[in-house]
Design a protein around this ligand. Structure first.
Ligand code: PLP
Length: 384
């Protein structure tokens, strides 16, 4: 960047920026985990996690990643040969499918175009055709396509039926409205490095009584991921917990509580709206047919080398966004509005995107995207 120093901005959908107040918690002395002091920290932390999941059920947190939380769900709910319905509309839906294959499930796949969102009607139809399905695996926010599903509507369909609804909220938790108990979502899984504003390294899972019935019956092999051990030792952890990550989680949850979960969801919605207003003003097209609060996926314009966009933004301007995953590699780029982010993060990302697109020869009026994003924020900041 020549004469300018290169500050770094993470604008990818995970890991997301970690606030200093959380980082410094992680730097505190590691205490022994089998002490009343630590068990009390663990209890406070797991109890306050319930607020973010909007549940009265226990939340379990252990060292792993989002995928570990997903595997925990599959290993504990699915026995070999069990029929399951899996929605595949992106990379993380594919992951559910691969996990279910690994555990020998009989898979009914709802395969959609990447960028489409499964509807409650499609779920109902699949259930009517497969009344013996035991579990449905969904992705609340499909990070690979920037798409959010109508989870509340889907839960309305599954609530009265003899099927367990599992959702991957790895990128959705703390960004998309989620009311686990009120909506009747049976299992929610997540990871630490997204809406929770933490580094990667923790998996979190919560499940209700309907799901626990399957956990008791599951014949799948499991050991570290056996939820029965976590329930037995709650709020303690059966193995050595990630002590410093728990300190950090406690702080993150305090921050979310202070802001108020509804305000956190609303902040994400506004950042998403501003990002999409900018994209539209630049004459670019969204990939998703049902975009959400987490990340905006944008089609690479004709004649532009898609792989160059995240590369130039990162190497020249210090702004890390994400490219496409799997079959979308080179075809889209993704700008996150997730976790510890404010309007000025979004404006920075749009500005760096504009300089990058100009360099790559895309034609538009410099500043058009920033102007459109600012117009969305102006309504919030100064009421015009
Ligand atoms: N599911 C979704 C929706 C995600 O966005 C991610 C992470 O990018 C994962 C699952 C996997 O999480 P991890 O990479 O922490 O294992």
């Amino acid at each position: 960047m020549g004469k300018f120093l290169k500050k770094h901005y993470i604008m990818a959908p995970g890991p997301t920026p970690v606030p200093n107040d959380i980082l410094t918690e992680g730097a505190k002395e590691t205490i022994h985990h089998r002490t009343p002091q630590f068990v009390s920290i663990m209890e406070e932390t797991l109890e306050s996690a319930k607020y973010v999941f909007q549940t009265k059920n226990n939340v379990y947190a252990f060292a792993s990643t989002g995928t570990g939380a997903m595997e925990t769900a599959v290993a504990n709910l699915v026995s070999p040969g069990d029929k399951v319905i899996v929605v595949v509309a992106g990379k993380f839906g594919e992951r559910w499918k691969e996990l279910c294959q690994a555990y020998g499930a009989d898979i009914v796949e709802i395969a959609l175009e990447w960028g489409d969102a499964v509807t409650p009607e499609q779920i109902e139809e699949a259930l009517n055709k497969n009344p013996d399905a035991k579990v449905i695996f969904t992705t609340y926010s499909e990070t690979s396509t920037g798409t959010v599903i109508d989870l509340e509507g889907i839960a309305r369909v599954t609530k009265e039926k003899d099927v367990v609804l599992v959702t991957d909220a790895v990128s959705a938790l703390g960004a998309e409205p989620l009311k686990m108990d009120e909506w009747g979502v049976d299992v929610v899984v997540t990871g630490s490095q997204k809406g929770l504003m933490l580094p990667p390294g923790l998996a979190l899972i919560s499940l209700n009584d309907k799901a626990w019935e399957l956990v008791e019956k599951s014949r799948s092999p499991r050991y570290y991921f056996d939820l029965r051990a976590y329930r037995k030792s709650y709020p303690d952890n059966p193995y050595t917990p990630a002590v410093n990550m728990i300190y950090m989680l406690r702080k993150a949850l305090q921050m979310i509580k202070e802001e108020g979960i509804e305000n956190v969801w609303e902040r994400h919605r506004i950042l998403g709206d501003a990002t999409r207003a900018a994209i539209k003003a630049l004459g670019l097209e969204l990939l998703s047919k049902r975009p959400g609060n987490v990340v905006t996926a944008v089609k690479v314009p004709e004649g532009i080398d898609g792989k160059q966009i995240p590369k130039i933004m990162r190497d020249k301007y210090g702004v890390s966004i994400a490219g496409g995953q799997g079959k979308l590699k080179g075809k889209i780029f993704r700008i996150a509005h997730l976790g510890y982010m404010s309007p000025f993060d979004t404006i920075t990302a749009i500005s760096a995107l504009e300089f990058t697109l100009k360099e790559l020869g895309y034609e538009f009026e410099l500043g058009a995207g920033v102007k459109a994003a600012e117009a969305v924020f102006a309504k919030e900041f100064i009421g015009e």
